[in-house]
Each structure stands twice: as C-alpha cells, then as structure tokens.
Design a protein around this ligand. Structure first.
Ligand SMILES: Nc1ncnc2c1ncn2[C@@H]1O[C@H](COP(=O)(O)OP(=O)(O)OP(=O)(O)O)[C@@H](O)[C@H]1O
Ligand SMILES: [Mg+2]
Length: 367
C-alpha cells in the first residue's frame, strides 16, 4: 500500500525533446489514477519514470515515504503490465507468473500459493500448463496481469494493457481490472490514449498534452468543467462541437453570434463574459446538448438555430446527426424518434446552460 508523489518531474531526451515537463501529482494510497492523452504526450515516459525504467532529468518521485529517484526498479515495490505483455515464450503460464518470485528466491510453497491465488482471481487456473503462443490475446493479457499480482506490489503500473484486444474483450477486461482494483485495494496508475477507458476506470483522470498536465480531476467533473478547449474536445465521444463567434451585449443581456446564429447566453455567465464583449471567442456545445426542436414543447427564447442535415447515423438508442451551420460542421446526438432526411434544413434547440466559452487565443475556459 502506498501513495505516489511526483514533484516537478521532467524528462528531457537528448538536447531538446521535453517528453514530460514539471509533472506534479499526488496519488493517494489505493487510488486508481488514469493518465490519458494523445500519442506522444508523455504518458509512457511518466509511467516508466515511476517504475524506474527511465531516469528522471529533474524533480522528485516518492513511493510511500521513500524518494525513489536513485532506487533501482526491482527495489521500488511496483509491478508493471506492458502493452505487449512481454511474456516469456518458452515458459508455461505457471512459470511466467512464478518467474519474478523465483528470482527473488521465494520459497516453493509460497510461489505455488501465490500463483494459484492469482490464477483463481483471473480465472486462468486451467491454462497454467500452456505456453503463451497457445493462448488468446485476452488470456495472455490475464497472464501478464497475473504476473504482476503475484508480486503483491505496493503500486501497479499499467501501460495501455488493453490496446491489443478487440473491442468487446476490451470492455470486459476494463471491468475486470476495476474489480481487481477494488479487490486488491492497491494504488494503480493506468495509462491509455482512450478517453472512454479513462472515464470509466479512473477515480481521477490526468489529461496530458505535449508533456504537460492539462487537468486533473474526477471523470464527471472533468467532463462538465474542462479547463481548456483541448480537454473539452478530448474527453467525450462524439467530441464537443466548437463554433467560433463573438460575444455581443444588448442592455444587460449577452449573446453569442456566429454567422446567422444568435444564441442568448444564460444570465449566470454575465460576470465572466462581460469583459469579452465584442471579442472573438469559441463556443463549445456537447452533441447531447442539442435537440430536435420537434420534441421540445417550449424552447427558451434565443436557444434555437437552423442547420442542414448532412449525414444521419442511427445508433439504435439514439441518432448522430452531422449538421452544417454556416461553414461549420457539428454533431448532434438526438432522439431515435427524430425523423429527418439528408439535405433537409431542420430546427434545433441548444441546452444553453451547458455550453462553454473558451478564449480564442489562449483556449482557456472563460465559463
Ligand atoms: N528514448 C527516447 N528518446 C528520444 N525521445 C523519446 C524517447 N522515448 C520517448 N521519446 C519522445 O518523448 C515523447 C513522449 O513519448 P511517450 O512514449 O511518453 O508518449 P506516449 O504518451 O506514451 O505516446 P503513445 O500513446 O504513442 O504511447 C515523444 O515525443 C517521444 O517521441
Ligand atoms: Mg505510450
């Protein structure tokens, strides 16, 4: 059991590749933290520095009460599961899982007990005599996790462990890793580029971009209160829609104007947007905050707009509409009862209290 504290951790490769910059994070004991971000943003490097597989250029990493900067990976009390599983092909499942314990000279009885316990948890008891090539992708993945579990480490590190699995198995293993977390009650740091994995698994999510942390928060708060346009667009599927436009005021009321669209902004925005009057900003609307007007009895004044339907994607329980407004394309997630045709103009309603406004230059959130 251990907390992990990273203070100003920076990784410089060569002269000018800053893979990770001033990374600050306190991971609590037993917490499940997911690091998410696009390819190359520094997720694996961060995890590898915690594991000790990569030296840090500056800063400090603490596991439990110990500063581990100069402690070798094998003495850090961590276990890591890699994307490619890294199983030994010539060893059986049992031997793969037992290997780390053997190296550490655990007694035979203890090794057997731990491997058996882990294989029960992961439901791979019947596979112990097979070799990796005789296993499916999902089974290999379990063995890789099993090999980490038998060590009973203070901290588990996962680097995209599900990315080699097909979509259905990924969903299943996602749930199993969560179950494992509540069962083992061990600190876990999980790296993925998949925002759905991040949202569904993490107690807290760390969003990274270009080596920098963008935001750290629990999934719901992150979804509802993104710190900037990048986080807003990265978290959520389909992504948040962005429309460039201007804030205009009439008396004490504020409006968003973009081409022939005018939306009346809620009064609660006033104090934050007043200083942006007349300026270019970006409006963010999530696809689920746009409705077919037919189903809204009395839309509030200033919440409707017209758009041309370009593509219709029926998902069964909902429909994704790709809409054209002015020169922008946006996506709406509407009721499955929506009855529209391609190239038709339709009226839509925005749940205006849920929209966000971002600074055009800095891309930071205004409200
Ligand atoms: N050994 C290395 N030498 C030089 N540059 C490296 C090295 N390892 C990683 N990098 C660079 O550091 C940056 C971060 O890499 P990292 O592997 O941490 O990204 P990532 O977020 O894990 O991406 P992915 O989702 O593709 O796995 C990238 O720009 C990468 O090219
Ligand atoms: Mg990586």
């Amino acid at each position: 059991m251990a907390q992990v504290i990273l203070t100003d951790v920076t990784k410089l490769f060569g002269e000018d590749v800053y893979a990770v910059q001033k990374f600050n994070l306190e991971i609590k004991d037993k917490e499940f933290v997911v690091i998410v971000g696009p390819s190359g943003c520094g997720k694996s490097t961060t995890l590898r520095m915690v594991a000790g597989l990569e030296e840090i250029s500056s800063g400090e990493i603490k596991i439990g009460e110990t500063v581990v900067n100069d402690i070798s990976p094998k003495d850090r009390d961590i276990a890591m599961v890699f994307q490619n599983y890294a199983l030994y092909p010539h060893m059986t499942v049992f031997e793969n899982m037992a290997f780390g314990l053997k190296l550490r000279k655990y007694p035979k009885d203890e090794i057997e007990k731990r491997v058996n316990d882990a294989s029960t948890i992961l439901e791979i008891e019947h596979l112990l005599k097979r070799r990796p090539k005789e296993l499916s992708g999902g089974q290999r993945q379990r063995v890789a996790v099993g090999r980490a579990i038998v060590r009973k480490p203070a901290v588990f590190l996962f680097d995209e462990p599900l990315s080699n699995l097909d979509a259905k198995l990924r969903v299943q293993m996602r749930a199993e890793i969560q179950k494992l977390h509540s069962r083992l009650k061990t600190t876990m740091i999980y790296v993925t580029h998949d925002q759905v994995e991040a949202m569904t698994m993490g107690d807290r999510i760390v969003v990274m971009k270009d080596g920098y942390i963008q935001q750290v928060d629990n999934p719901i708060h992150l979804y509802n209160n993104p710190a900037n346009k990048f986080v807003a667009g990265f978290i959520g599927s389909p992504s948040m829609n962005f429309l460039n436009g201007k804030i205009e005021s009439k008396g004490s009321e504020f409006y968003f104007k973009s081409g022939n669209i005018t939306l009346k902004l809620p009064e609660s925005f006033n104090t934050k947007i007043a200083s942006h009057t007349g300026k270019e900003i970006v409006l963010g609307i999530r696809p689920e905050d746009i409705y077919d007007k037919v189903f809204i009895a009395q839309p509030k004044e200033g919440t409707t707009f017209r758009a041309i339907v370009e593509v219709i994607e029926p998902m069964g329980n909902e429909i994704f509409l790709y809409l054209k407004i002015n020169d922008n394309s946006i996506i709406a997630r509407v009721s499955p009862q929506t009855n529209v045709k391609i190239n038709q103009e339709m009226e839509l309603v925005v749940n205006i209290s849920s929209v966000h406004i971002f600074d055009l230059e800095t891309e930071e959130i205004i409200v």
